[in-house]
Design a protein around this ligand. Structure first.
Ligand SMILES: Cc1ncc(COP(=O)(O)O)c(C=O)c1O
Length: 410
């Protein structure tokens, strides 16, 4: 298809005058494919969205994971609308907050309490402070390249930091248990928390699953040294297991953070934890202007129920396997060693040997011209509105892209 981009470009030019950088963060044009990705979206439904120039896209980013069931899921929207009529941000929390906390404690096996905020960063940072409060220690250990949010202890940018922001943060290589053990030893008796995602889903590289024994080793170290194990399940939560991603990998964190898929597009995040962290959770101050938003809490509760009812986790896994096989076979047919890494429900694409992502960018650009929104730098997300037919449509588009890539190579 020919992509029209007149309005997108016009809006971006206007934005550069009133918004620093035009679009900031990972959505800045340079973070994607500036020649083909639209800068602004107009509307979305199910697994498709329309950009401001009227181009329709088959969506494999799903609001960077915030959409679990599908854009504008009718049942979530109806529940949210009912609550909207009652009010969203009142002076007091509503009963929705208690009900949502109960629902999360019921679903997440180790959780005895839950708190809510708006973004993943709100709760990952708060969780490190709860760990510090609980242990009376200073250091937080994390995996290199792992994203935990926009705060100064962990953000991937360059600006606005002072060296002290990271004075008590240590990094080790994902899956390197010996490296983690020696880092913990270096700061003996001063490590408050180890913060980890359930598997390593760094941007700009293939996803890495936990090696055999990795999680058992992390857990053992935490128990032995009294370190709080914080699971950052902000990106993967609800997509891999509806009781939390730790269940898929067979370990038990002390605290876990969720956001993205929790509210099917409504802004909400949560942190849950074990009983003995309740005092720390009570003592570390937590609030925000709209954090008691009853509409988002209603949407989250409905989303949790529907995901279970519709067996979304199993569906996304099955569809992800179909996508993975379809793309691998289509690539092989055209002479490419292409695969999807990470869990099928949220895979990161990879061409063997394409360390600088050059082929991947060309491939995603060609898929964009076929109307499929595949990102070259970030893991993709499937949602409950994808069906076998939409997966097959994406594979067909990818076949066209692979054949054009072959022609370019020749
Ligand atoms: C693993 C992980 N942790 C934390 C965050 C931060 O969440 P938010 O962008 O909602 O602040 C993200 C966001 O992408 C994430 O993927």
């Amino acid at each position: 298809m020919t992509l029209s981009r007149k309005r997108s470009d016009e809006l971006f030019l206007r934005a550069t005058k009133v918004v620093p950088g035009g679009i900031y963060g990972h959505l800045a044009p340079a973070g994607g494919l500036p020649k083909v990705f639209p800068h602004y979206a107009e509307s979305a439904e199910g697994c498709r969205f329309r950009d401001v120039d009227g181009n329709d896209w088959l969506d494999f980013m799903c609001g960077y994971g915030a959409i679990l069931l599908g854009h504008r899921d009718p049942e979530v929207e109806e529940a949210a609308e009912r609550q909207r009529r009652e009010g969203s941000v009142l002076n007091q929390p509503t009963a929705r907050m208690v009900e949502l906390a109960e629902a999360m404690v019921e679903r997440i096996d180790f959780a005895e309490w839950a708190v809510f905020a708006k973004n993943g960063s709100d709760v990952t940072t708060w969780a490190t402070r709860v760990a510090r409060e609980h242990t009376g220690r200073r250091f937080v250990l994390k995996a290199k390249g792992a994203y935990h949010g926009v705060d100064a202890w962990c953000d991937p940018g360059f600006g606005g930091r002072i060296p002290e922001d990271r004075k008590f943060v240590g990094e080790f290589k994902w899956n390197d248990l010996d490296g983690l053990r020696s880092l913990a030893k270096e700061h003996e008796d001063d490590v408050a928390a180890i913060v980890l995602t359930p598997y390593h889903h760094a941007a700009f590289g293939p996803s890495e699953m936990p090696a055999d024994g990795f999680w058992a080793g992390v857990e053992e170290l935490c128990r032995e040294k009294g370190i709080i194990l914080v699971l950052d399940d902000v990106r993967a939560g609800s997509r891999l297991d509806d009781g939390g991603s730790h269940r898929l990998f067979g370990f038990t964190p002390d605290v876990a953070c969720y956001s993205k898929a929790l509210g099917n597009g409504y802004a909400i995040s949560a942190c849950v934890g074990r009983e003995d962290l309740r005092r720390g959770a009570r003592d570390v101050f937590l609030t925000g202007s709209c954090w008691n938003d009853a509409v988002a809490m209603t949407a989250a509760m409905k989303c949790l129920d529907l995901a279970r009812e519709r067996n979304v986790v199993a569906k996304l896994d099955t569809l992800g396997v179909r996508l993975s096989k379809g793309l691998r076979d289509a690539g092989a047919k055209h002479g490419f060693s292409f695969s999807l890494t990470g869990p099928p429900a949220m895979p990161f694409p990879w061409f063997d040997g394409d360390e600088n992502l050059y082929l991947l960018q060309q491939f995603c650009e060609l898929c964009a011209l076929e109307g499929v929104f595949f990102h070259p730098h970030h893991n993709w997300f499937l949602c409950g509105a994808h069906e076998e037919a939409t997966i097959d449509q994406a594979v067909e588009a990818a076949s066209v892209a692979f054949s054009k890539l072959t022609a370019e190579k020749a």
